[in-house]
Design a binder for this molecule. Structure first.
Ligand SMILES: Nc1ncnc2c1ncn2[C@@H]1O[C@H](COP(=O)(O)OP(=O)(O)OP(=O)(O)O)[C@@H](O)[C@H]1O
Ligand SMILES: [Mg+2]
Length: 295
């Protein structure tokens, strides 16, 4: 059975006791605020533009992205190679700063934050999952998770207990002492998801989490992310090219050439037409199926 964010917070006193500053609202209040907005917006981005490269190599990678992520939902981000998916994920996760635009996570705006402030916001509210797992090969599953907790100021018995609960959440208690080299790809990705959950982030961002996995393991990882997203204090956004994962999504956002071209919710499709207006109902559904066969 999956732990709720509240369950995990109970074992996690270190951050609650951390000194607060203007840009660090009390952890418990922030989580309570996110919890109150269950089913509501946890991440909000508006007018996100990103220019990369310089001189003749300059590319407008993102061209005005508006997106909101809601608690309790698994959203898939799909689109052709080079359309800007990883760039967008990096900006939403405060790894990269946008050239222009606004971002707020769990009610906290990034406006005016420098590198330290952004890193702090990221540590407190964002968990990442990568295609290549990014686990330390010389650390066990438990130690990999405890390292992530350490970076968030959670150490000792609290961290050990927390890591054990996170591994239980992804069904890997029996692999707690295994090293990455001793685990299957699916198991490694589940450890990476457990690590992303460390510290109870409000947003989980996954970049092609199933790309290196076979069909069965890919489905297992996506089902796990869908389960993780059921926590009403979390939103999950996963980049994928894998159509077998569509069944697990609450919502699918499609991006082409740095712009969102479709935003579909299971059972309630809506889509931006070429004139920028939102299409609803049959018209959007018709387009959805045509578009789905293209990407
Ligand atoms: N540091 C950089 N400098 C210049 N251009 C970059 C840089 N990083 C990415 N780009 C360009 O930005 C565009 C978007 O890249 P991005 O990695 O976001 O695409 P993607 O949708 O994730 O693609 P893929 O599906 O292949 O992973 C591409 O044209 C890429 O070449
Ligand atoms: Mg990418």
């Amino acid at each position: 059975m999956l732990l709720t964010t509240e369950d995990m917070m109970q074992s996690h006193s270190a951050e609650d006791a951390a000194p607060e500053s203007d840009i660090r609202p009390p952890r418990r209040d922030a989580r309570r605020a996110a919890g109150k907005s269950a089913g509501n917006t946890i991440l909000r981005a508006g007018g996100i533009e990103k220019v990369l490269g310089t001189g003749v190599g300059e590319i407008r990678v993102l061209k005005g992205i508006d997106v909101e992520l809601r608690a309790g939902e698994l959203t898939l981000l799909m689109g052709p190679s080079g359309s800007g998916k990883t760039t967008l994920l990096s900006i939403l996760g405060c790894i990269l700063t946008p050239t222009s635009g606004a971002l707020a996570i769990a009610g906290q705006s990034t406006a005016g934050l420098g590198p330290e402030g952004l890193a702090d916001l990221r540590r407190r509210h964002v968990g990442f999952v990568f295609q290549s797992y990014n686990l330390f090969p010389t650390l066990t599953a438990t130690q990999n998770i405890m390292l992530a907790l350490d970076l968030r100021g959670i150490t000792g018995a609290d961290a050990a207990q927390y890591a054990a609960r996170a591994l239980a959440e992804v069904g890997l208690t029996h692999r707690a002492e295994a090293f990455p080299g001793q685990m299957s790809g699916g198991e490694k990705q589940r450890v990476a998801i457990a690590r992303a959950l460390a510290g109870s982030p409000s947003v989980i961002l996954a970049d092609e989490p199933t790309a290196a996995l076979d069909s069965e393991n890919g489905k297992g990882v996506m089902a796990l992310l869908a389960e993780v997203a059921k926590d009403k204090s979390r939103a999950v956004l996963a980049v994928t090219h894998d159509h077998r994962t569509l069944a697990y999504a609450d919502r699918i956002i499609r991006i082409e050439d740095g712009q969102i071209v479709a935003d579909e919710r299971a059972g309630n499709a809506s889509e931006k037409g070429s004139n920028g207006h939102i299409l609803e109902g049959d018209e959007a559904n018709g387009r959805r199926f045509r578009r789905r066969s293209r990407i």
